[in-house]
Ligand binder design. Structure first.
Ligand code: FMN
Ligand code: EPS
Length: 379
């Protein structure tokens, strides 16, 4: 079983992801992982911290001469802003953050809670996703995340093949599919910063090249839609997850929601085995399994909790009303969130791929993948 955990504080010495169950024989290059880390640090509206950090992955275990060994892999991203012992506690909890509840739950201060609840930890989730992507690319599976809405402004998608979308996104300051809208969105973020406020948004992830049958209909905790929802919802500040048409499907009749099934013999050799759909409202998942269509997951991110013009709070010592604490903060991290979500989705797809085709070695997985496609075609 492929899985990972993370450790590390926002201003501690380092961050670590321990990836267990990663197959042997996958060629691993740290540079694409560093590229994911760079993208996660970018986007317009981030705060002073990103000027301090230059995230670089250090592969500590599990890889030898550029190949995975089949043993646990430790990925490390050190913090430059390492100052844990110099930091004081925050006196006034920030509404929307983990401060109040965490300090009560752990019978302590706010600092130990914010150090671990901070989205700084997503650096190593992204590193784990960047590793998983190198397994996925051996199966021609590609994962791409982008921003579709920011601060209530819809960002018009640009339709096109996935590699064009990738190029477009790389050129955008908000990682949208429509860089022409960047100037407007930038102005919106500038206005929000001036007002001491913050913004959220909606991100989408698309996965192409998926075979039929990742996930299962047979047990609740292995259904891929459920797994994806947990992975995405567990990213800091995510408040909603939709698959395909999502909530809109509840408002329309079945005839407008479900995707008719067609067959195109010309596509018989592709992972969809020739089964095509004139639309993809299901977002590539039916019955908790991939159905040969592109997977589409969307997530809603709430605005950043720390406001330069703080909301009302209570001083935890005196219990007197006082503004929430403010040190520094992002104003908007929706672009970063699109990179994070892309990578946590990539990891879950890799988990499902290993579940279906076995996880000891890449060579065995590929042989079983090819055999499966052949058997499914012949059925
Ligand atoms: C990429 C990213 C950057 C974030 N930056 C900040 C920040 O600078 N200040 C802040 O208060 N919250 C920030 N957050 C949100 C908090 O981490 C989040 O609200 C907090 O952990 C509470 O968890 P919850 O919102 O999931 O309930 C960020 C979230 C993400 C995904
Ligand atoms: C450090 C990152 O994000 C941080 C996430 C975060 C939070 O509360 O979630 C608060 C801020 O931390 P700081 O107070 O050190 O500026 C962000 O910068 C990062 O994404 O690399």
């Amino acid at each position: 079983m492929l899985r990972y955990w993370t450790a590390g504080e926002s201003h501690g010495q380092t961050l670590i992801a321990l990836v267990d169950g990663f197959p042997a024989g996958v060629t691993i290059d740290p540079e694409p992982i560093n590229n994911e880390l760079r993208r996660r640090q970018g986007g317009y509206g981030r705060g002073g911290r990103q000027r301090i950090e230059t995230d670089q992955v250090q592969v500590r275990t599990g890889i030898w001469k550029g190949q995975s060994l089949g043993s646990p892999i430790v990925l490390e991203v050190p913090n430059r802003d390492y100052k844990l012992e110099r930091l004081d506690d925050l006196p006034r909890p920030r509404p929307g953050h983990a401060d109040l509840t965490g300090s009560i739950k752990h019978l302590g201060g706010i600092r130990p809670i914010l150090e671990r609840s901070s989205a700084r930890e997503t650096a190593v989730r992204v590193a784990a996703g960047g590793l998983a992507k190198q397994l996925l690319s051996a199966f021609n599976i590609e994962v791409i995340g982008y921003v579709v809405e920011l601060g209530g402004e819809k960002i018009a998608p640009v339709a096109g093949p996935i590699d064009e979308l990738r190029k477009l996104r790389e050129s955008s300051i908000i990682y949208s599919l429509n860089p022409e809208q960047d100037a407007d969105i930038k102005a919106l973020i500038d206005r929000t910063r001036k007002a001491g406020d913050t913004l959220g948004g909606v991100m989408e992830v698309r996965v192409e090249g998926l075979p039929f049958g990742l996930g299962t209909h047979a047990q609740w905790d292995r259904k891929l839609d459920g797994r994806l929802a947990q992975a995405v919802m567990a990213v800091q500040a995510i408040k909603g997850v939709e698959i395909g048409m999502g909530f809109e499907a509840a408002r329309l009749p079945g005839s407008e929601v479900h995707d008719p099934i067609e067959f195109d013999p010309a596509q018989r050799d592709s992972p969809n085995l020739g089964f095509t759909r004139p639309r993809n409202n299901a977002g590539g998942l039916e019955g908790g399994m991939t159905n040969g269509q592109p997977l589409v997951v969307r997530a809603a991110k709430k605005p950043i909790s720390t406001l330069a013009k703080p909301l009302g709070s209570v001083n935890l010592e005196t219990k007197e009303p006082q503004e929430a604490s403010y040190e520094r903060s992002d104003v908007c991290a929706v672009s970063a969130a699109s990179v994070i979500i892309e990578n946590v989705v990539a990891f879950e797809i890799a988990v499902a791929l290993v579940d279906k085709f076995g996880g000891d070695s890449l060579r065995e997985m590929q042989a079983r993948y090819d055999l499966f496609l052949q058997m499914a075609r012949e059925q």
